[in-house]
Design a protein around this ligand. Structure first.
Ligand code: LLP
Length: 414
């Protein structure tokens, strides 16, 4: 369940060499996930579009590119990173939510495919581009799925996409400007463990697809759930591949044309590749519990505090499990930043091999939405990042310094 090395390099050696707090990514794990996804959709004209919001380190983007994975971006800045990593504009999909039309124009100028997520923007797109270029439309299929309400995106109350109940309005705008709709898109949510949610969403989109004549793409988003702990229910990729792949092939036959099936996973590709390493600053015995205070906090890995997300935590300095204790793992930030949540979403204690100050405390599943959601709260530096690639550890982002904290601050005379 726990591991003490990545591709033969000890976690404690990585911590000693690069310092902590540190994000470490195992490139092999990412490559393995790419191939699992491909195998699940064997026989389908599949395109994987990595949702790079999960981890925008340019070396990760380059790794995806090298392995034939295309990319989904949500901002002009992610678009720039993708281009810098070697992607051609046409390999990029821009799937923003509620952005200004300027941003959409920027992405179109770069050659990216565009996912339009509201009627207003569809109208503007029609006025400006008519049928000179194609677009995709993001549909909200009114389906429930996702790990918690912050990351559920397809239900009726969600802000994302155009409601499937507005089909007539969509078609009216498309007809008015003769818009070339080349694809329909939907994204159910994140941490979707139930294959039924994907099936419901897919069947809603595929039904709607018959109303469009120029389709080339069906994009079913991301959200596949990975294991956060032993025995966790995960998306059964084989089943999803069989059911969705089958429904997609049936659809293509009825539609009379072979389309491309797109997915845009983030977590599925990168979550398990990442380990977050920190150092135990203090072990503090309280009358009822023992805290381990680490040199990190919600500024570096906010998922537990934001979603009560479960991350496996273990003592990387001590593999001997003959002496264990229960610890509440907390950060050094000036508000309660507990890392150890239980499976019910409550802060709790974790059984760990005996911890002493100075030990390296590791957290699993830190490859997705870890560094990308980090901040400089309490004026702390963001962590460094390392990728273990072909048996060697490479620094892929330097630790910040005081210069980074001050870079854009403007001191005035007072
Ligand atoms: N496509 C769209 C349109 C999305 O909004 C997202 C994620 C994805 C794909 C990728 O979803 P994934 O495969 O990574 O589940 N910060 C949260 C997750 C937010 C997901 C936002 N959108 C977390 O740490 O759990």
């Amino acid at each position: 369940m726990y591991y003490y090395d990545i591709q033969g390099i000890k976690l404690t050696d990585l911590a000693a060499r690069f310092g902590t707090p540190l994000y470490v990514y195992d490139a092999d794990k990412i490559i393995e996930k790419i191939s699992v996804l491909r195998q699940s959709f064997d026989g389908i004209n599949l395109k994987i579009k990595y949702a790079c919001k999960a981890n925008t380190n340019i070396s990760i983007l380059k790794l995806m590119h090298k392995h034939g994975v295309e990319i989904d971006v949500v901002s002009p800045q992610e678009l720039e990173l993708a281009l810098k990593a070697g992607y051609k504009g046409e390999q990029v999909t821009f799937t923003p939510s509620g952005v200004s039309f300027d941003e959409i124009e920027t992405a179109i100028e770069a050659g990216a495919k565009i996912n339009l997520d509201n009627l207003d923007v569809l109208e503007k797109f029609g006025q400006k581009y008519g049928n000179s270029i194609g677009c995709l439309i993001r549909i909200k299929p009114h389906v429930f799925g996702g790990g918690n309400e912050k990351i559920m995106t397809a239900h009726p109350e969600s802000k994302f996409g155009i409601s499937i109940h507005q089909k007539e309005e969509i078609l009216a705008v498309v007809e008015k400007y003769n818009i070339k709709v080349i694809g329909l898109h939907q994204h159910t949510g994140s941490d979707v463990k139930n294959a039924d949610s994907f099936t419901q969403a897919a069947s809603a989109i595929l039904d709607l697809a018959f109303s469009f004549k120029d389709l080339e793409i069906i994009d079913l988003g991301g959200g596949f759930k990975v294991a956060y702990k032993e025995g966790d229910v995960v998306t059964d990729m084989e089943e999803v591949g069989k059911v969705l792949g089958g429904a997609f092939l049936d659809f293509c036959e009825k539609y009379g044309k072979p389309l491309q099936l797109w997915f845009e996973p983030g977590k599925f590709l990168v979550s398990e590749s990442g380990t977050f390493l920190s150092t135990a600053n203090v072990v503090k015995k309280d009358p009822v519990k023992t805290f381990v205070g680490i040199n990190s906090g919600l500024n570096h890995l906010i998922r537990p505090m934001m979603y009560a997300a479960y991350h496996d935590i273990f003592n990387a300095s001590n593999a001997d499990n003959s002496v264990q204790d229960s610890y509440r793992v907390v950060g050094y930030i000036c508000e309660t930043d507990t890392f150890s949540f239980d499976t019910e979403g409550k802060p709790n204690e974790r059984l760990m091999n005996k911890v002493e100050a100075g030990d390296i405390i590791a957290m699993k599943n830190a490859g997705a939405y870890g560094f990308t959601m980090s901040s400089n709260y309490n004026a702390r530096f963001k962590p460094a990042e390392v990728m273990v690639y072909e048996g060697k550890a490479h620094l892929i982002r330097k630790r910040e310094t005081m210069e980074d904290i001050l870079r854009n601050q403007v001191e005035i005379e007072l």
